[in-house]
Structure formats: C-alpha cells, structure tokens
Design a protein around this ligand. Structure first.
Ligand SMILES: Nc1nc2c(ncn2[C@@H]2O[C@H](COP(=O)(O)OP(=O)(O)OP(=O)(O)O)[C@@H](O)[C@H]2O)c(=O)[nH]1
Ligand SMILES: [Mg+2]
Length: 344
C-alpha cells in the first residue's frame, strides 16, 4: 500500500499564506460610502477570507493524513515504531482543532468590528485578530513538525499488500537474505559483505499465472528477546507477525558471515516458538561451505532438504517449487474452499 500524504506546511509557510490571503482580499464598495464604513467592510472581508483560507489549509492537512483506525495492523505498528501513535493522533487532533479555533477567533473579530465606532478601533481589532492567529500558528509548531515527519515516514514505507500470500525471508545478519530475495523475486535489494545492510523491509514478487506471491526481505535478527530489539529488528518481527504465510529461515553454515550456528539456532527457535507459521529451513552459501560446515548445520537444524547458493542462485528454483507446491497451492485451495462454503 502506498500512502498519499498531504504537503505539511511549516509555521512560517502558514503565516505567509495567511498574510497573503489577508492582504489580497478586496472589497467593492460604492464610492459614496463613508470612509469608516468602507474600512469596516474591507476589514470584514479580509478577516473572513484569511480565516477561511487558513482553516481550510489546516483541516486539509489533518484529514488527508491516514486515519490510524483504517490502517492494517502491520502499518499501524510500523507507525507506532517510527512516529508513535499517541503522538501522531495528538498532532493531527491539535491541527484539526486549530481549524475550528480560527473560526471562532475570526467570529469574535467580526462581531467586534460591527460595533466599532472609529478607524482606530478597527485598527485595534485588526491587530488583535492577527496577533491571535499568529499565536495559534506558532503554538502549532511541534504538531506541524510531527505531522511533517509522519508524512515523510509514511511515504517511505514499503509497498506491502497484506492480502497477498507472503513469504518472509528471515535469519541472522549477513546470511544472504537479500541475495536470496534477489534470486527469488523481482526485488533487487542491496547486498553487501557486512552485516546490517538491510535496514528496512523490502518487497518483491514472484509471478504465478495471474497471481502474485509477495516476498519480503527483512533486516537481520539478533539473538535477543523481543523487548530488547531495536526498531530495525522489530520491522522483521512485524513482517513475521502480520504478513508471513511461510518463513524461509536462511542459515549460513560458514564462518564468513560472522554469526555462529549457535546464535542462528537460537534465532530460529525464537521464531518457531513465538509465531505459528510454517518454516522452511534453507542452508545457504554451499559454494563456500565445506562438508563439515554443512554436516554441523544439518545436525543442529534437523532435516535440511534445501541447500542453495544465493550468490549464484543455484538451488533457488527448487526452493521456489517447494514454496509453490507445499504452501502456496494448498493455501489457495483452502481459500477457494472457504469461498465456496460461504456461497452455499
Ligand atoms: N559465497 C557466497 N556468498 C554469499 C552467498 N549469499 C550471500 N553471500 C554474500 O554474503 C554477504 C551478505 O549477503 P546479503 O545478501 O547482503 O546478506 P543479508 O542476510 O541480506 O545481510 P543483512 O541485510 O546485513 O542482514 C554478501 O557479501 C553476499 O555476496 C552465497 O550463497 N555464497
Ligand atoms: Mg540484507
């Protein structure tokens, strides 16, 4: 899902927009009208137009941002991680309320204007109106800042469709997850010889006759409890919790990746014990691993039937076939059965 977020103005931009509308407003009055009436009429038009313009801009910002309750839990939790839901709601609420407050400020000014009996009094009303509006805009600075960073954050989020059948590739850092996702799907994520290369979720697709399977590359997981994970690791956890229909757990049996098999098995056990999702264990870097490495990994992880090299993509076709035959097709058949049963 791609988020359309509005342009979020800074306090300075809002002020200059407000003054621009205020100054450009004109009022037609008959040439016979006395000066005081002419001034009153002009001032009333300026107040009305500037207040309406500002209120519309504020309301538009507040209502064009995604509503938290409409978000899929995956995106809701990402927003919680990246911005904080309470902070987000508070900011949009305050911006929306400011739109209402502008109307009452202008209403009061217009009321006072009606009974003003001198030019000086009209100038005082104008000054007080402008000062209150400027205060209100300046008071919104932290909330506008939050809304601006939330909009940027939402625009950067991966384009995930939570309804598609999804394969999540997970494992320790540097085991070859991004390389595998590159072999398996349309995505071409960044691959590098150092750990923590992938810092956010990346999405690719496998096209199967008229349908798509979503493949998700995740940041590497470390062997530690969920409550000690950083925001980057937690994105992998969210993909597992909300999107995965099957997990490809990638194991690096060599010493080159930098994460020992004892660490990798703990990460595997943590996924197995905390998520109720089928896991395919895949052993990677077989072009580099020696027989001893592979034997050790097999003993530790139990029956490993798929060995690949994500560097050359060898063995990946077999993995793809397993995903399709063992998980995707049964899942789709089950879904079809449910639809038929519901129609009966
Ligand atoms: N020889 C060999 N190298 C591999 C293989 N798979 C990945 N690599 C190398 O291992 C390094 C890490 O690969 P990535 O695909 O970036 O690993 P990752 O798991 O996505 O790493 P993070 O995103 O940092 O967690 C790169 O230098 C890859 O070229 C493989 O099958 N054989
Ligand atoms: Mg990676």
């Amino acid at each position: 899902m791609r988020f359309n977020t509005p342009y979020v103005y800074s306090p300075e931009e809002l002020k200059s927009y407000f003054f621009g509308v205020y100054k450009s407003a004109e009022a037609k009055s008959p040439s016979t009208e006395p000066g005081l009436e002419r001034l009153r009429r002009l001032e009333a038009v300026r107040i009305k137009k500037s207040a309406r313009g500002l209120a519309d801009a504020l309301r538009e910002m507040a209502v064009s941002m995604p509503f938290v309750n409409d978000l899929h839990p995956f995106y809701r939790e990402l927003l919680e991680l990246g911005v904080g839901i309470a902070k987000y709601k508070h900011a949009l609420g305050k911006i929306g309320n400011a739109a209402v407050a502008i109307k009452s400020i202008s209403g009061e000014a217009l009321m006072a204007l009606r009974t003003a009996y001198s030019k000086e009094q009209i100038y005082r009303i104008r000054k007080a109106y402008i000062a209150r509006v400027v205060d209100l805009i300046e008071d919104l600075a932290p909330e506008l800042e939050t809304a601006k960073s939330a909009a940027a954050f939402l625009r950067r989020l991966p384009d995930v469709d939570p309804d598609l059948f999804t394969v999540v590739v997970a494992g320790a850092p540097n085991v070859g997850k991004s390389s595998l996702v590159g072999c398996l799907s349309t995505a071409k994520p960044k691959v590098a010889e150092y750990p923590f290369t992938t810092r956010q979720i990346h999405v690719g697709h496998i096209f199967v006759r008229g349908d798509r399977i979503q493949v998700i590359d995740t940041p590497g997981l470390l062997d530690r409890p969920f409550d000690e994970m950083n925001k980057i690791e937690l994105q992998a956890v969210l993909a597992l919790r909300y999107l995965a229909k099957v997990v490809v757990f990638l194991v690096d049996p060599t010493h080159y990746g930098g994460f020992d098999l004892s660490i990798q098995i703990n990460i595997f056990n943590s996924i197995k014990n905390n998520f109720n999702i089928p896991i395919i264990i895949v052993i990677n870097k077989i072009d580099l691993a020696n027989d001893d490495d592979i034997k050790k990994a097999e003993e530790l992880f139990g029956e490993i039937r798929i060995r690949i090299s994500a560097k050359t993509c060898s063995g990946v076709e077999e993995l793809k076939a397993r995903i399709l035959e063992d998980y995707y097709v049964p899942y789709m058949l089950q879904k079809l059965r449910q639809i038929r049963a519901a129609e009966r």
